[in-house]
Design a protein around this ligand. Structure first.
Ligand code: ADP
Length: 610
């Protein structure tokens, strides 16, 4: 993804970007956006009437000899209408606005989550993309309010500016010159200020992301053991300190620049605009006698109002510009086209899987991790993928699941390229697979929910029970007070249970017994089980999955014995294939590895089945 950060932004681009978020806000919560529009128009008129105009009329009226009763009626009418509108506005602020705001905020979060779910796995390994995700998630809510508030502000400005300016011009057109001074300065320096602010925010967020990561490593369970048993915490401490130091350096560097720009514009506004115009009006009223008292008072207030609104107008323009800089990142993220595209065909319930000359290379790497892989898995076959670490087994599984697409070659399911199938949903290709990875996650939910991984339906209790029995987790779960309704982890429930590595793996493996998929993939989720338990689990799996294809990766070749066919991978290539019997007879690499492992088990006094 390329960055547009350094390109100057055209007016059209700024409008487009702001419109992009404003449109979302109007679509999701029309009441939240349109009622305040009305409110701003009405209150800007009231502000003009009560702030400057009524007083001018009253003073000029008395100077012209009008009576008190003549002057009081319009004042009472305006004040009455103002109180009524204020009441309605307070009711809106108290009841409608908080609910609508929450609705919009929730919608935005869901938008980001949905996008995140739709992108391919490779995005998580792309630092640039991940940065964009964090920035989009951090900024979208603030920015949408930024846009909406700037629009409200603009409406107020237009109304207030037009009303005050018309009357100032009627009284003395020269006065407008005073108001223009700070605005010109604002326009000249404003864009520069925005660039500085944006650069500052981006650098700071980047650093904060680093700092937050190190902070997480101190409190997350995932890192707790390594942090205690190794010296990594010192490295993390140093990283944390470095991030904080860098943030302080940014505050110093950018704070000075921003402060200097703000100082110059503020002084021009105070001295140039307000005082200049006020002294000029007082001179005309008291020295040359060419201005009425009411007009003078009106000018003194209105000129600061016009100057304020012009300043705010310039501010609003730059607020739109500033929003736009952030919206670029948000749009780049939301408009990112996932590389793994949906196909149009519904995936058949089952079928043969065929890999033909499949090659794959991870983005940014300079060598293929899979080279011309040819594998055929007939429906219902049990396949073992074996090989040393880094041989490419997990990558192959990820390709099968379309978490990545091959760089060359094809993978077909039921005689059709898997790219042609719908990816998700009932008819989706991925729905045909039940998968457990080595780095599976258990959620802070009940055992049953952890197994089902979907909403519960009637009769699920029996389904979960059977799955837990098949994986070997049932007996352990039944020792818990709440059985399969026991919450895993104690994070949200004092009665929750923490499972050992092996017990957790069994629960995770239960998932594939629940899902009615035609293919089961197990990517070494059994590494924490002892060899006997692992063998038993696979044996159960083969029995329970009689009509389903099973593809499993295991480092323990004693389990590979159960497979109809074994593929031995080395450096991304299939170097041997066949049944256990065939491969043992061949006396090749597999036979060598098997004999070595068997010897170790016998030496350890463990049971080996071959
Ligand atoms: P195995 O499952 O056989 O242990 P993998 O498929 O996990 O092997 O890895 C195969 C090779 O691909 C290894 O050299 C590994 O370092 C590399 N690899 C795995 N995942 C990535 C990734 N996301 N980005 C870059 N290289 C990767």
């Amino acid at each position: 993804m390329t960055t547009k950060k350094d390109k100057p932004q055209s007016l059209g681009h700024i409008i487009k970007n702001n419109w992009f978020l404003f449109r979302i806000a109007v679509r999701v919560t029309p009441a939240l956006i349109l009622l305040p529009v009305l409110k701003n128009i009405i209150f800007s008129i009231f502000s003009f009437l009560t702030g400057t105009y009524l007083l001018r009329c009253v003073i000029n009226g008395f100077q012209d000899g009008k009576s008190f009763s003549e002057m009081i009626v319009p004042v009472i009418c305006v004040c009455g209408a103002y109180f009524l509108c204020s009441l309605l506005s307070s009711a809106y602020d108290a009841f409608l606005e908080p609910v609508q705001k929450l609705k919009l905020s929730e919608h935005l979060k869901k938008m980001i989550f949905a996008k995140n779910e739709s992108v391919e796995l490779g995005c998580y390994e792309d630092k640039g993309f991940y940065d964009k995700y964090v920035k989009a998630a951090n900024n979208i809510e603030n920015r949408i309010w930024g846009v909406v508030n700037t629009v409200y502000n603009c409406l107020w400005i237009i109304m207030s500016f037009s009303l005050n300016t018309v009357f100032i011009i009627i009284i003395d057109p020269w006065l407008i010159v005073f108001a223009a001074i700070p605005v010109i300065a604002k326009f000249t320096l404003g864009e520069k200020r925005n660039k500085i602010q944006h650069e500052y925010d981006m650098k700071r967020q980047e650093e904060e992301r680093q700092r937050d990561y190190t902070r997480r490593t101190f409190y997350l369970n995932d890192f707790a053991k390594e942090m205690r048993l190794t010296n990594i915490y010192k490295v993390m401490f140093a990283r944390f300190n470095r991030s904080v130091k860098n943030i302080i350096a940014y505050i110093k560097e950018y704070g000075f620049k921003l402060g200097a720009v703000d100082y110059i514009t503020e002084e021009l506004y105070e001295v140039g605009a307000i005082m200049g115009a006020q002294l000029y009006s007082v001179y005309r009223t008291l020295v040359s006698g060419t201005m009425k008292y009411g007009d003078c008072l009106f000018i003194i207030t209105a000129i600061s109002e016009v100057s304020n609104t012009l300043m705010n107008g310039a501010q609003s323009f730059f607020a739109f510009h500033e929003n736009s800089l952030y919206i670029d990142t948000i749009r780049e993220y939301l408009e990112y086209e996932p590389k793994i595209k949906d196909g149009e065909f519904p995936a058949p319930k089952s079928g043969d899987i065929k890999l033909e000359n499949v090659c794959f290379r991870y983005a940014g790497q300079n060598a293929d991790v899979l080279k011309n892989v040819n594998i055929e898995i007939h429906n219902g076959e049990k396949i073992a993928l074996v090989g040393h670490n880094g041989a490419g087994k997990t990558t192959l599984v990820k390709l099968l699941l379309r978490l990545y697409d091959p760089t060359a070659g094809t993978i077909s399911f039921a005689d059709r390229d898997i790219r042609d199938y719908k990816l998700t949903g009932e008819e989706g290709y991925r729905e045909r697979f039940g998968t457990v990875f080595q780095d599976f996650r258990l959620f802070s939910m009940s055992v049953a929910d952890n197994v089902l991984l979907r909403r519960r339906r009637n009769g699920d209790e029996a389904v979960v029970e059977r799955a837990l029995k098949n994986s070997g987790a049932y007996d352990k779960v039944m020792t818990f007070e709440n059985g399969m309704d026991t919450v895993l982890t104690r994070e949200f429930d004092d009665k929750g249970e923490v499972l050992s590595g092996g017990e957790g793996q069994k629960v995770a493996i239960s998932r594939v017994f629940v899902k009615e998929s035609s293919v089961v993939i197990l990517d070494e989720p059994s590494s924490a089980l002892d060899p006997v338990a692992e063998y038993k689990m696979y044996e159960n799996m083969m029995n329970a999955c009689e009509n389903r294809s099973v593809i499993f990766i295991s480092h323990r070749l004693s389990s590979a014995v159960l497979a109809d066919r074994i593929y031995l991978l080395e450096n991304g290539e299939v170097i041997e294939e066949g049944s256990h019997h065939d491969l043992m007879q061949k006396c090749g690499k597999y036979a060598e590895m098997f004999t070595l492992q068997a010897r170790n088990y016998v030496a350890d006094g463990e049971e080996v089945r071959a």
